[in-house]
Design a protein around this ligand. Structure first.
Ligand code: MN3
Length: 232
């Protein structure tokens, strides 16, 4: 091989390398995941004894992480990209026939993040200010709100979520089945409890009522709930 040909081949090789690197660089950018598994806002054992570290390991580390991973994979393989998590949920909810798998995994990724951030260890906080007034106006008292929320959670059949939402300026307790989320109905979620069995079975077996009661009595982060109300 002459020197000239060798130089030419080297040039072609370099050009190919540059092209390849810039191409993979772009696709890396496109592949940025829509959903991110954020760190828990507290330690895995911070909710003990009511929710064990073992439950958190499984619930956050396996179930939630699994939804995030699956959602990102499905989105990457689909034609709905370049959107925020909330936009993906709304877009897939509008065409459930086509995007049900994306909706289920995306909504579950979002719901779980929202659930972790609805709770605060060491007693939670008491409702104050506007949210306190609204709770009294809507449900009679804070106590009655908790009674009603528990009743809805305990009578809910199957897997799903119990929510406190804001709709047209009014508080409302609502339920959604499986992965479904109030976002899909234009409601503003304020607080939620996951009532899928994976959320409580290790610690409570079939005693969902005790699990729900313990969250309501010990972990509601009303400061966070208030902020969610303000951003409506
Ligand atoms: Mn769950």
């Amino acid at each position: 091989m002459t020197k000239k040909i060798q130089n030419k081949l080297a040039c072609i090789f370099t050009a190919l390398c540059v092209f390849f690197l810039s191409f993979t660089g772009c696709s890396e950018k496109r592949k940025e995941p829509v959903f991110v598994l954020k760190e828990l806002p507290y330690a895995e054992n911070a909710l003990e004894p009511h929710i064990s570290a073992d439950t958190m390991k499984l619930h956050y580390g396996k179930h939630h992480a699994g939804y995030v991973k699956k959602a990102n994979k499905l989105i990457q393989e689909s034609d709905i990209k370049g959107m925020t998590p909330e936009e993906i949920i709304l877009a897939s909810a509008e065409e459930l026939d086509k995007y049900s798998a994306i909706f289920n995994n995306a909504a579950q990724a979002w719901n779980h993040q929202f659930f972790w951030e609805s709770m605060k260890p060491s007693g939670g906080t008491e409702p104050a200010g506007e949210i306190s007034k609204k709770l009294r106006k809507t449900f009679g008292s804070y106590h009655e709100f908790k009674e009603l929320f528990s009743a809805r959670a305990n009578s809910f059949f199957g897997s799903g979520w119990i929510w406190l939402v804001m709709e047209e300026g009014k508080l409302k307790i609502t339920t959604t089945g499986n992965a479904d989320t109030p976002l899909a109905y234009g409601q503003t979620p304020l607080f939620t409890i996951d009532v899928w069995e994976h959320a409580y079975y290790l610690d409570y077996q079939n005693r969902r009522a005790d699990y729900v009661k313990n969250i309501l009595e010990n972990f509601i982060d009303w400061d966070r709930v208030s902020k969610r109300m303000v951003t409506e």
